[in-house]
Design a protein around this ligand. Structure first.
Ligand SMILES: Cc1ncc(COP(=O)(O)O)c(C=O)c1O
Length: 329
């Protein structure tokens, strides 16, 4: 079965050789301070962030949890649908969770979100951009609108850019009330290393990092991430490869646009919806390709999401989708 349900890379960017070499050099007898400093410097440089405004934890998941715990006291809000863990972590600590419904076509009414913020005054609003599960890149003006609304109620906007590298050249709102999340789990193809990055400043940075551990990541994860970040050429090549796989995935699903609706994707997955989306999902599942459906959510009963597969599987996927399309003509 080929997994297309986790939004991860089908391959690792690090060869066995690179892994062995990096591990040989790791100083596991001591705390990971040196590798941590190296990572922050390399990551900040590559992504043009201020080195002093970034901190790491075990995946962006851990940052979501930490943000809920440190800033979420007056309630947490997000659109529905959005990354489901925002609600899971909020429920874990008994904090009130509010959601703002999307339209029937899974687009978002940002004015309605601003009204909901003014009404409920949550202390945190989470939004993934590019958005999971739809894959859509939400406009910069909307991020600014949400950031301003959250500032006005004394809260924080968290822009979760887990897929940010698939959509460069967007503008981010700035200020102490804005927190950006990034991860090495998606375009970098290193989900198993569990490296999540928070970018914030001032009071927000102080509050969310206050409960971080002194050595938040282990040396082996850092040493492997640094091996990749140190090699700019390899990294550019890898990003291009991920984007190529994404384009191939999109092209494969475009073949059946006459049967299903497809959102424009700025991520490593595609979001397919409509009356026949589940049928397509079932057909691919029967033939060895496992996408993601949302059994537990009534609003998402007619959708399926599929992540990138490698070049050896994409031709078979494309043939199957074509065959399904013809059978449905
Ligand atoms: C929008 C979004 N945020 C965060 C995460 C969690 O990523 P990490 O592996 O860094 O915990 C995911 C993973 O699917 C995601 O889609």
């Amino acid at each position: 079965m080929i997994s297309m349900d986790r939004n991860t890379s089908p391959k690792s960017p690090l060869t066995k050789d690179m892994i062995n070499k990096a591990v040989e050099q790791a100083n596991i007898e001591t705390y990971s301070e040196e590798e941590l400093e190296k990572f922050k410097t390399l990551y900040a440089k590559r992504n043009r962030f201020n080195r002093n405004q970034i901190e790491v934890a075990n995946g962006s998941d851990e940052w979501i949890q930490k943000i809920v715990m440190t800033l979420g006291q007056s309630g947490v809000m997000s659109f529905k649908p959005d990354f489901f863990m925002y609600q899971v972590y909020t429920n874990q600590v008994g904090i009130r969770f509010y959601s703002v419904a999307s339209r029937g076509d899974f687009s978002f009414d940002f004015d309605a979100a601003v009204r909901a913020i003014q009404d409920k005054k949550p202390s945190v609003f989470f939004i993934s951009n590019p958005h999971n599960p739809t894959g859509v890149l939400l406009p910069s003006y909307a991020m600014k609108q949400l950031a301003d609304a959250m500032k006005a109620v004394g809260g924080y906007l968290v822009i979760d850019e887990a897929y940010g590298e698939f959509a460069l050249d967007r503008e981010l709102p700035t200020g102490d009330h804005v927190i950006i999340l990034r991860t090495l789990s998606k375009v970098y193809g290193l989900a198993g290393l569990r490296i999540g990055i928070a970018i914030a400043k001032g009071e927000a940075f102080d509050k969310i990092t206050k409960i971080n551990h002194p050595y938040p990541l282990n040396s082996l994860s850092l040493v492997l991430a640094n091996a990749l970040l140190n090699d700019e050429e390899k990294l550019d090549e890898w990003f291009n490869y991920q984007k190529e796989l994404h384009q191939k995935l999109v092209d494969s699903f475009e073949i059946v646009r006459r049967h299903v609706r497809i959102k424009p994707s700025h991520t490593n997955f595609v979001f397919v919806y409509g009356d026949k989306a589940k049928d397509l999902y079932n057909y691919l599942l029967e033939n060895g390709f496992k996408g993601r459906v949302y059994e537990e959510d009534q609003q998402l009963s007619n959708v399926a999401r599929f992540s990138i597969v490698d070049e050896t599987a994409v031709d078979e996927l494309r043939a199957l989708i074509t065959k399904w399309g013809e059978a449905n003509d």
